[in-house]
Design a protein around this ligand. Structure first.
Ligand SMILES: [Zn+2]
Length: 467
């Protein structure tokens, strides 16, 4: 058997790895979008390293776009096999892929307007909303912890890795030439002790492992008391100063964690007079999907559900999908909490909310996650005093607060803990994927070698290895 690394090789996006059995049967692990530049313009996204019609089956670790975002293109170009994933991944993929297609249609329309004026050739979106809907028909969900036979001699198992709703590590048991080879793929490794989701569950023994390495070179800061920190920000902003808190948050995962914390605070403290808005159609839809998948919940929220059947809703919380209602928030007086996407504040409704509120010293912009260099979120985090928004220079007078404990990715130590049970004699090779080469993969390789793992390799994109 061979493995070809087709994406997320020495980088963090575009997750895609191809397993080619000796008889030619092809299993693709993930089919993610390369992010960071316009999708329609990125050679990495435009060309697959294989013929889509030759792929027999796709196994999907979770619904994040850097893992699932090229599925509609794969189907459009001839892939006819099953897309195997968990039930929650299937539901989340439906809204994520539709959203991704919508963004691509809008981006290319805008680009083509400019191109027409300049007499240049037009570009096509990577795929359309229609293509995304079409691809959904091939999704096929299986349960966690149950071996599913893909074909004779090949079985697959998902195990909850606590990263996002429905995410799982993947283990393949492949019988070939009278030997059984166990291939593991960690997917994205989550974190223990986070609200809502179960802690990551360690994998069983494997012979070869494809392992993520996003935070292979860093440790997350520990925040022992999120809830109190959050309450302090609410008290000083909304109660003492009568101001607004603006929170840029990713639609899936982060938004639900924040809403759940607010739900708990709402029950514990009297926050009745502070209206809360989740202003994002994708977040609204994702929250509905969270509610439908209690099988992914940890004990703490399951217990909470007994006294509060809706942990993502309370009296003064309103989900907003319509643009007009979103605009109305600009005119609202008094304290409020507005949670909106995107998480790095580089696009979406959040940019308008920041623009409308950043010059008022009563308000707080609460940053709850990593922001890539150059994004508006990163500039706010770095404490810039002047920011240009919609062509206008704005003075940053609002308070800036950081809460960094919301990462969905395990850090170096958490990933090492996740892998620590694996039998070093059985596991011949670890291939590091999904990480920055210098900052994530090289330091993580060193740690794994210190932990006595046999061979740790960092493949390049397109590289093929014989197992
Ligand atoms: Zn992910």
């Amino acid at each position: 058997m061979k493995i070809q690394f087709c994406g997320a090789a020495r980088t963090v996006t575009g997750s895609s790895h191809l397993i080619i059995l000796n008889d030619g049967y092809k299993i693709l692990l993930d089919c993610g979008l390369f992010q960071g530049q316009d999708a329609y313009n990125d050679e990495n996204n435009l060309k697959f390293l294989f013929q889509p019609e030759e792929i027999n089956c796709l196994v999907l670790s979770h619904a994040h776009i850097d893992h699932a975002g090229r599925i509609p293109k794969l189907v459009k170009e001839g892939f006819r096999g099953k897309i195997i994933c968990t039930s929650a991944t299937k539901d989340l993929s439906e809204i994520m892929l539709a959203d991704s297609a919508h963004i691509q249609e809008k981006d290319t329309q805008y680009e083509n307007k400019k191109r027409k004026k300049r007499g240049l050739g037009l570009v096509n979106p990577l795929y359309t909303v229609n293509d995304a809907q079409h691809a959904l028909k091939q999704f096929f969900s299986i349960k966690y912890e149950e071996w599913y036979p893909i074909r004779e001699g090949v079985e697959v198992l998902f195990r909850d890795n606590g990263h996002i709703l429905g995410s799982g590590s993947v283990t393949l048991k492949i019988k070939e030439d009278e030997r059984i080879i166990r291939v593991g793929f960690t997917g994205d490794i989550g974190r223990p002790n986070r609200p809502i989701l179960k802690d990551p569950k360690q994998m069983g023994d494997v012979d070869v492992l494809l392992c993520e390495s996003t935070y292979g070179g860093r440790l997350h800061e520990a925040f022992p008391d999120d809830l109190n920190h959050f309450y302090d920000v609410i008290k000083s902003t909304c109660i003492d100063r009568k101001g607004k808190i603006i929170i840029p948050a990713f639609s899936i995962g982060r938004t639900q964690e924040i809403v759940y914390m607010l739900d708990k605070l709402h029950h514990e403290k009297n926050l009745d007079r502070i209206p809360v808005y989740v202003d994002s159609p994708l977040s609204t839809n994702a929250t509905a999907i969270y509610k439908n998948h209690p099988e992914c919940f940890d004990e703490e929220i399951s217990e909470h559900l007994k006294s509060d059947p809706n942990p993502f809703g309370f009296n003064n919380l309103q989900y907003i999908t319509e643009v007009e209602e979103s605009k109305q928030l600009n005119f609202q007086e008094g304290p409020a909490i507005i949670i909106s996407a995107s998480g790095m504040a580089e696009a979406g409704r959040i940019v308008h909310h920041i623009s409308n509120n950043i010059e008022n010293e009563k308000n707080t912009i609460l940053m709850v996650g990593y922001c890539a260099k150059g994004t508006l979120g990163a500039r706010i985090r770095e404490g810039e005093k002047e920011i240009k928004l919609f062509g206008e220079v704005k003075q940053v007078k609002a308070h800036i607060e950081l809460m960094d404990s919301f990462s969905a990715h395990g850090d170096q130590k958490e990933m090492l803990d996740f892998l620590d049970n694996l039998n070093r004699n059985d596991l011949k090779k670890i291939y590091l994927v999904h990480g920055d080469y210098e900052d994530g993969q090289l330091p993580f390789k060193k740690c794994l070698e210190e932990k006595l793992f046999q061979q740790v390799l960092i493949p390049e994109k397109g590289q093929t290895e014989t197992i």
